[in-house]
Design a protein. Structure first.
Length: 548
């Protein structure tokens, strides 16, 4: 069981670049935000705020910090604070978070899609930025051009910099990441882009939310930039539904608050003041789920669950997509240094290749028959090379299994490789991984057998011997597909929300998170999610000033 879980979750300097970057400097964790954090059991049964943010995650934290500059803000987070889970605060604790049994309170909530692929979502203040591998890279140009948003690019830049000044670091490359970087260039993934936070075709080193001491500085630390007297964060708060009301002057219903329960089962009402808003930042699973529970979605689905319809929208929960991940696991002949993702290769066809290295959490007696005369266990180290591609055409849906409880995870299907173009892109990407295995740089990861022949030893499947055969490569892609945890959709811009992230057919309600994406941005979405939280917060402040 330990082996299977491990592989499921983990099969999951340089020359200066011309960018002028003001990145954070290594420091200990700053828990100043905890002055604003309370357990939901300690909150009043009814209270009013200017803004209610459902979800204190990767986008919700910067959004809350920004809005608190002028207004009162309540953040409702279903998980606990990071201080309750010390392992999330260190790169050394990454595996422990992903491998521990899910007791309903762990920071990583497991779920399995209807495709049969195990997955996870953040359940902690700071969201999935507190359980990921820390890689920080900005969105690609295509994301902005095709997002359906009229971006203020100057404000985008300022929003990125606000995040980067606080929690992003230029870390020193580990020995393995240096090996991997050389292999990418030797395999033709060029040019060499040095260090950059931009999305660039070629090989680059990027930023990290882990500092050089291995300390994680996730989105939660952006709350330290809030006006804490205006901010209240309730943890272990499960939002059950949105409250809607009508007025004589309004042609449609307006969100007026939310109903949530605490860990003791008590029901609370949080209401918004005049000109305030309810903002969903519960992620690509949580936000469409909450809209459906609140009566916004496809009529036939809501009616079948006897949920009163607030607004008919057939697109809520649709266009769910996940970036398919395929990888190989190479057993090293010597102890590799553990490393999180620091380097990425981006091909001209936008296949993305990353790698990590880690010790197996147990020893194998006489592993793989490599040492037939050995009787002692050997601690093994593994290098995992991972490939994904952006913008899969295959999409699925999210639907409720129960109308009563938000704690009941919805059914999600991503339909991996249902579109042939996606399978073809996987085949191309894994062929490039095959090219890496032919490089001089990776030769040192080969074993030498008793006859002196050298070769890689794999933990799990290896690439087909004939990588020019489309059929065998396609079979490999289908049989080894798993997730990169970059799923998105369910509340797409133009279908569920408008260009300002307002939910269509309602007033005073927005969605600000990855559920609005029609494609996951860049190599890893956390940078863009944090930027958008800051960006939309600033936009709302601008709109409030203009309305006075």
């Amino acid at each position: 069981m330990a082996t299977a879980l491990f592989l499921i979750m983990l099969s999951y300097i340089l020359h200066p670049h011309l960018e002028v970057l003001a990145l954070a400097t290594s420091s200990d964790h700053d828990f100043s935000y905890m002055k604003s954090v309370q357990n939901a059991t300690d909150l009043p049964l009814e209270e009013s705020y200017d803004y209610i943010i459902v979800g204190g995650g990767t986008a919700g934290c910067p959004l809350a910090a920004t809005l608190s500059e002028k207004y009162s803000v309540l953040v409702l987070e279903r998980g606990s604070a990071p201080v309750s889970y010390p392992n999330v605060l260190s790169a050394n604790g990454l595996l422990a978070n992903l491998l521990q049994e899910d007791d309903g309170k762990t920071p990583a909530q497991r779920f399995t899609s209807e495709d049969g692929v195990p997955n996870a979502r953040g359940r902690i203040l700071g969201g999935s930025s507190m359980i990921n591998v820390g890689f920080f890279s900005r969105a690609d140009d295509q994301f902005y051009n095709e997002s359906g948003i009229d971006w203020d690019m100057d404000l985008v830049e300022k929003s990125y910099q606000w995040v980067e000044d606080t929690i992003v670091f230029r870390s020193n490359l580990s020995a393995f990441q240096s090996i991997f970087r050389k292999a990418l260039l030797q395999a033709g993934v060029g040019p060499d882009n040095g260090f950059s936070l931009k999305h660039l075709v070629g090989t680059k080193t990027s930023g990290s939310t882990f500092d050089n001491q291995g300390r994680r500085h996730g989105a939660v630390e952006l709350l330290n930039r809030a006006v804490l007297k205006n901010l209240r964060v309730a943890v272990e708060a499960y939002v059950e539904r949105i409250i809607f009301s009508s007025s004589n002057n309004a042609s449609r219903l307006s969100a007026s608050g939310v109903i949530y329960t605490d860990s003791k089962g008590k029901t609370h009402r949080a209401l918004i003041r005049e000109k305030g808003e309810v903002i969903l930042s519960a992620g690509a699973i949580g936000s469409p789920q909450l809209l459906l529970l609140s009566g916004i979605g496809p009529v036939h689905h809501l009616s079948s669950l006897h949920i009163p319809i607030v607004h008919s929208n057939p697109d809520v929960g649709n266009f769910m997509a996940d970036n398919p991940r395929n990888n190989i696991n190479i057993v090293a002949p010597y102890a590799l240094d553990p490393s999180v993702v620091q380097v990425v290769g981006i091909t001209s066809e936008f296949n993305i290749i990353e790698a990590i290295s880690y010790p197996l959490p147990f020893s194998f007696p006489q592993p793989f028959g490599l040492f037939p005369k050995s009787t002692s266990p050997l601690q093994l180290t593994v290098a995992t090379i991972v490939e994904k591609f952006t913008g899969p055409q295959s999409t699925g849906s999210l639907r409720l299994l129960s109308s009563a409880k938000v704690k009941v995870s919805p059914a999600v299907r991503f339909n991996y490789f249902s579109e042939t173009v996606d399978l073809a892109r996987c085949v191309k990407g894994m062929r490039k991984v095959g090219d890496l295995l032919e490089t001089v740089s990776l030769e040192e990861l080969k074993f030498e057998d008793l006859e002196g022949a050298e070769g890689f030893k794999f933990l799990g499947p290896s690439l087909p011997k004939n990588q020019s055969d489309d059929a065998s490569m396609g079979t490999f892609c289908r049989s080894t597909v798993t997730t990169f945890w970059h799923y998105h959709g369910g509340c797409l811009v133009g279908k569920v929300v408008d260009g300002d992230y307002r939910v269509k057919g309602t007033n005073s309600l927005r969605v600000v998170d990855g559920s609005t994406f029609n494609a996951s941005p860049g190599t890893n979405p956390q940078a863009t999610l944090m930027m958008i939280g800051r960006y939309i917060g600033l936009k709302i402040l601008q709109q409030r000033r203009a309305a006075k």
